[in-house]
Design a binder for this molecule. Structure first.
Ligand SMILES: *Cc1c(COP(=O)(O)O)cnc(C)c1O
Length: 299
């Protein structure tokens, strides 16, 4: 099956009750309980809603994972994943991390005793050097927002396995159409679904996918306990946006490639950051782990 066909199949989940091709929007906070002891699959929508669950399954399938969870924003997603860690835990974080993620590490988690070291993950040796006895995870973002620094994902996974660390990758700039971190051995993929996934500048959303049942249980616990879930209408809009992910990414990346090549020729431009350019220091590693250079560039 081609990837485009798979995306169409993943986003078309036939409703078992009515046969509708699109997932109904279940605007219900609460669900009938069959009996005092039997709540059925759904009871309260923070814990689970059929619309949200359907799109969570879509996200899991697109990222080649078994468990998907949707949150109200990308930052709600990332913060909820980081809340699975505890006081005293230490994380190694790419210094090229998104500004909002930087702020959560620096100004929120620090106050609760979850510490971090920012390192330049484009050189894997820096990661090994930063490992402490209480290090629990490595957090990367590749390519990074906004300077498009690329991290060797399989290389990070190898270091993490050797030291029994959890790996978390922000895949926002690629989308699963261009890069699948779980296939490269990453434990947890996070997304700002606000960007390529929803694709129409209309909603804020976030997604996390994992293959690890124990990690999935921890993430679901925080999703239900803290409650930063994605609303059902926005879940539906995300599903609708995802239907055209492949065709949009093809066009976005073709445009970015063309613009990067043009900018590189301009004498007033000092530097173009785009891992799809042969002249980029990240070209080779990007070719190895992703379909192309992606759809964002900076200069
Ligand atoms: C936008 C973005 C986020 C945050 O997502 P929101 O949906 O804005 O909360 C996280 N990571 C990256 C790489 C982003 O570009």
């Amino acid at each position: 099956m081609t990837e485009i066909t798979d995306i169409i199949k993943a986003t078309t989940q036939i409703d078992p009750v009515t046969g509708s091709l699109n997932t109904p929007i279940h605007l219900s906070s609460t669900f009938n309980q069959v009996s005092f002891d039997d709540f059925g699959e759904f009871d309260y929508a923070r814990s689970g809603n059929p619309t949200r669950n359907a799109v969570e399954a879509t996200m899991a399938r697109l990222e080649h994972g078994n468990f998907g969870y949707l949150f109200s924003t990308g930052m709600a997603t990332i913060s909820s994943v980081l809340l699975t860690f505890s006081q005293g835990d230490h994380l190694i974080v790419t210094k090229h991390v998104y500004g909002g993620t930087f702020r959560v590490f620096e100004d929120v988690l620090n106050r609760f005793g979850i510490t971090h070291t920012f390192v330049d993950c484009t050189d894997l040796e820096n990661i090994t050097k930063a490992i402490q006895p209480n290090t629990k995870a490595i957090y990367i973002e590749s390519p990074s927002n906004p300077i498009l620094a690329v991290t060797d994902i399989a290389g990070v996974v190898a270091i993490a396995k050797e030291h029994q660390l959890v790996t978390i990758a922000d895949n926002t700039f690629m989308s699963p159409y261009l890069q699948k971190p779980l296939d490269l051995g990453i434990d947890i993929v996070v997304h700002s679904a606000t960007k390529w996934l929803a694709g129409h500048s209309d909603i804020l959303a976030g997604a996390v996918v994992t293959n690890d049942q124990a990690l999935a249980a921890q993430i679901y616990f925080v999703q239900n306990a803290v409650g930063a879930t994605l609303g059902v209408t926005d879940s539906w809009l995300l599903q609708r946006g995802l239907k055209t992910l492949a065709i949009r990414m093809e066009r976005h990346t073709a445009s970015a490639q063309q613009m990067a090549a043009w900018l590189e020729q301009q004498s007033v431009v000092l530097r173009v950051n785009y891992p799809g350019l042969v002249s980029s220091p990240f070209f080779e590693i990007q070719q190895r782990q992703a379909k192309n250079g992606g759809a964002v560039l900076s200069f």
